[in-house]
Design a protein around this ligand. Sequence first.
Ligand code: NAG
Ligand code: NAG
Ligand code: NAG
Ligand code: NAG
Ligand code: NAG
Ligand code: NAG
Ligand code: NAG
Ligand code: NAG
Length: 584
Amino acid sequence: MLSLLVSATVTLVNGATSVVPAPPPPTPAPSTGASLPSVGSVARDYSPAGWESLWNLVGPVQSPPITTTVDPVLPDVLPSPPPALYPSWFAPQPADIFPNLTLPSGFLFGVSTAAYQVEGAVKEDGKGPTSWDWASRQPGVMVDGSTADITDLQYYLYKLDVARMVSLGINAHSFSISWARIYPFGAADSPVNQAGLDHYSNLIDYHLEMGIKPVATLFHWDTPLALVAYYGGFLGPQIVDDFVNYAKTVFAAYKGRVTTWYTFNEPRVFCAELGIYPFNTSLPIGVNSTQAPFICSYYVVKAHVAAVKAFREMGMPGEIAYKNDDFVGPPWRANSTDDIEAVERHAAFQIGVFSDPVYTTGDWPPIMKETLPPSFLPRFTPEEIAENKGTADFYAIDDYRDQWLAAPLDGLAACVNNTSHPLWPQCNQLMLYDSNAGWSAGPNPDPDSASWLQSTPQNFRYSLQQLQARWPTNKLYISEYGFDEAYEVDRTELYLITEDVTRTNYYMTYLGEALLSIHNDGIPLMGAFAWSIVDNAEWNYGFNAKFGIQYLNHTTLTRTPKRSAYALSQFFAAHLQKNDTVLP
Ligand SMILES: *[C@@H]1O[C@H](CO)[C@@H](O)[C@H](O)[C@H]1NC(C)=O
Ligand SMILES: *[C@@H]1O[C@H](CO)[C@@H](O)[C@H](O)[C@H]1NC(C)=O
Ligand SMILES: *[C@@H]1O[C@H](CO)[C@@H](O)[C@H](O)[C@H]1NC(C)=O
Ligand SMILES: *[C@@H]1O[C@H](CO)[C@@H](O)[C@H](O)[C@H]1NC(C)=O
Ligand SMILES: *[C@@H]1O[C@H](CO)[C@@H](O)[C@H](O)[C@H]1NC(C)=O
Ligand SMILES: *[C@@H]1O[C@H](CO)[C@@H](O)[C@H](O)[C@H]1NC(C)=O
Ligand SMILES: *[C@@H]1O[C@H](CO)[C@@H](O)[C@H](O)[C@H]1NC(C)=O
Ligand SMILES: *[C@@H]1O[C@H](CO)[C@@H](O)[C@H](O)[C@H]1NC(C)=O
């Protein structure tokens, strides 16, 4: 099965670690994978032949250039830091941003990753295929024609990434566990894959040994493909028991070693995607693409609640929640009643959908129930409402940007009861420029990839205050934040790539505002996780979207720190309590 099995040599070249002795073959053109057979028509066959036939639904995959875990040379040595970006009269050095404001004791200087985006080695050690292994091969899905078959190969190179975290002073890593590595067929009655359990066990131990807090997410969008084929994945009621079974296996395996857990990453975005291509081509009978996001939301809440119940019954030490996404921004036109109402719709549909059930009322936001009949949004029973409440120990938000919110430009009334309106049912939109003179909300996004992402530090404190007022918490994590540098993909030389000015300014301005949130607004912020430690496979944008604080050379798999990595390192070294700083 594996053609190349070479012993990896590790050398330090200008601080950058070269990890593969021979370049892998170039990424093949994306295969135009076949669509899935209709939901329910694939028989359950938990044998090796059944595993192979599931992989046949995906098509051929690229084998990794190495298949053993690489040990880093310790201590990891960084290249010398960059010179100051600007004169100090124009912008302070990272250490000099509000030098008298410190971060609270125990603050997490984190980075975040996700299994599909960084691991590679997709068919190694018994892993089953996932919905994204399949989706990335569907015609027209990937903007750059890439797959995540190899990506950062963190599956074998995680020790290098952890060593690099140590040398940057990072003290926490939020990663995700791939369900299909633990249960290749996903289902509760299917066999557990010991190699998958062992992998994450070793990975967790290595983090602990190196002084990096491991933070684990159970589900970061990579549904076992088997479950999509058997019953439509998160659109079928069986998903709840299958997810809880997987969660219990993982809890039992890593109990006490991982103490901060997430059930779901950005469930709102995950569920929204089930209604669009290519996921809407494999819907179960009786669910159409308009209903799909909300039916998914119902099962995600139930799966989350049941997993948290198991977590507590098992006496798991530590804390658990999910990673919400998005923001509550100010109204675009300050005095427009339509825009003020649009903010409420945004808060309900984008955040309240998963936060009201868990943090406040136990139920869906009223605006959602007024808009969506039960055929779209299944209603919770009084028993379910009681069970939902209080099933999170802290609040986590992936807060990348905080723009303005506006009503549909033809007015709210034209949308709220009008299923043919393009913005129905949310009936709100975010605005990238102001309502007075049309100035941008902030430094602009990469037009070739994440076109939604502007750098908007001015609204960051407002947004955190909104979250705290609506879903009060004793502990908040920014579970992801980061920036996709415009045109970075077009830069070909290291000195151009590593000078990531907009990303550096993004992180420094957000962190300065975070200090003010903590000290002036009383926000209980206890951690911020930069997305991401290294460039990776950004869903349908593939490698066009650059989010890394390190550059990934796809030929050598070398990671090279960009300016933003040093800025983060210097900021936190100056602002963390001394006993929270991990140093080699
Ligand atoms: C910061 O702290 C230093 C030393 O404690 C003090 O001299 C200085 O006035 C403080 N600056 C501000 C802005 O509070
Ligand atoms: C799936 O969604 C796409 C838009 O993402 C749409 O063009 C297509 O018609 C939909 N297909 C089905 C089967 O609903
Ligand atoms: C989806 O089903 C609902 C409920 O039957 C129906 O009201 C709606 O028009 C359907 N939407 C589409 C796109 O077929
Ligand atoms: C909104 O209304 C208030 C009070 O009428 C006024 O002072 C303010 O200038 C208005 N703001 C905008 C942006 O129109
Ligand atoms: C939408 O329909 C509801 C229920 O019929 C009604 O109360 C509300 O006024 C309507 N809203 C608009 C803007 O037409
Ligand atoms: C419903 O939305 C469609 C599409 O935007 C629009 O043409 C129509 O006028 C709206 N209907 C009402 C009653 O506002
Ligand atoms: C990536 O590595 C290859 C092979 O060593 C090298 O030729 C290329 O210049 C590197 N790319 C960058 C941007 O450094
Ligand atoms: C770090 O030091 C502070 C203040 O001295 C103390 O309150 C806190 O418990 C210490 N934290 C750890 C993790 O040791």
